[in-house]
Design a protein around this ligand. Structure first.
Ligand code: HEM
Length: 330
């Protein structure tokens, strides 16, 4: 684990010590996919065979059954009448494949899902367990990652991270927000955070963000219990849970109102926004070969069928960066 990780953990304490700090000079050029993955590797290190971020995970299978209301906002084929098979990967945040599940950098957790489309092909959603993101754009995210990666214990004070956080309150809020360890991967809400356009049969456009809401409710471990949890407690728990009963999530779209930001995932929309239920994800079992599935799967946020289109530019920026990480981990 890189030394810089410990700096990230020390952020809440370091912030209290910063009286004033200069803003980090932003690189002038837009972030390239390679720069983004290099910057992630700069924070977490490069680990053979592992994703640049969300490196530790477990792959499961099940099905998705659309709700009657789904077709009202999108003509996408998997949102019509019939159930479709799904593959789900739950993950810890850090790009560190052996990170303990109760480590601070294991949150937010990830939920990536691939729907097999009727008639062939697939569509993906890649979400995490925090309703927000540290950066409004991919360029800003690159700058944050570079600041993190260059602020190790030996960096002169104020560090690049000190400067960055002093001028980016949203990133500071994200890094310092409490992220309690969950009881289970199945007892967390997950948020898509980037905005898509949903188009129905009549051509009506709805701007929305995905949310996966756990049917069994959101449940977290008390701090004392989390501190004693085993390093792999989440992957062990989910398999024990599925041996007894499926894990279910309601997939909904939170609908934007006029004035809501459509290109800034760092700003959550108010909870009062209407939601449209798209259907139920039912996770039933582990895949036969978890190691092979982790390796071969590459989820892409812009892998969408007709009836769903990326609105937030970060969706395509992400989808250009994921193949760079995929290539490095083969
Ligand atoms: C510019 C912003 C972002 C960049 C550059 C980025 C980059 C990456 C990369 C390089 C990977 C590894 C892909 C692979 O090897 O297959 C990844 C995975 C992942 N990212 Fe992002 N990401 C961004 C934003 C987000 C956001 C907003 C979310 C949550 C809503 C998110 C959630 C995830 C999850 C859950 C995975 C694991 C996917 C899996 O299970 O295979 N990322 N990201």
């Amino acid at each position: 684990m890189k030394k810089t990780i410990y700096v990230l953990l020390a952020v809440p304490f370091a912030l209290a010590l910063i009286a004033s700090a200069e803003a980090q000079e932003a690189p002038a050029q837009p972030a390239t996919p390679t720069q983004l993955v290099d910057a992630l590797n700069g924070v977490f290190g490069q680990h053979a065979g592992a994703r640049a971020v969300h490196a530790k995970g477990v792959v499961l299978e099940g099905q998705f059954t659309p709700s009657p209301s789904a077709a009202s906002i999108s003509k996408a084929v998997h949102l019509q009448a019939s159930a479709v098979p799904v593959t789900v990967r739950f993950s810890n945040f850090a790009g560190i494949p052996d990170i303990p599940d109760n480590h601070a950098l294991a949150s937010p957790r990830g939920l990536a899902i691939r729907f097999a489309l009727p008639g062939g092909g697939s569509t993906d959603i890649v979400a995490h367990s925090f309703n927000g993101f540290p950066s409004p754009t991919a360029d800003d995210f690159r700058d944050l990652l570079i600041a993190l990666g260059t602020s190790g214990p030996d960096a002169p004070k104020p560090t690049p991270l000190d400067g960055y956080l002093a001028s980016h309150p949203v990133a500071k809020a994200f890094l310092t927000a409490p992220k309690p360890a969950p009881e289970s991967f199945a007892t967390l809400p997950y948020y898509g955070v980037n905005t898509f356009r949903f188009i129905n049969d009549a051509g009506k456009v709805t701007f929305g963000r995905y949310q996966f809401l756990p049917v069994s409710g959101a449940h977290y471990l008390a701090d004392a219990k989390a501190a004693k949890a085993k390093p792999d407690y989440l992957s062990e728990e989910i398999l024990q849970r599925l041996a007894k009963a499926p894990a279910r999530f309601k997939l909904v779209v939170q609908v934007a109102e006029p004035g809501d930001k459509l290109d800034d995932p760092s700003t959550a929309w108010p909870n009062s926004r209407p939601v449209v239920e798209l259907g139920t994800v039912e996770i039933t079992r582990a895949v036969a070969d978890n190691v092979a599935a982790q390796k071969s799967l590459m989820f892409l946020p812009n892998n969408v069928p007709a009836g769903i289109e990326p609105q937030d530019p970060m969706i395509n920026a992400r989808s250009a960066a994921y193949p760079v990480s995929f290539g490095r981990r083969q």
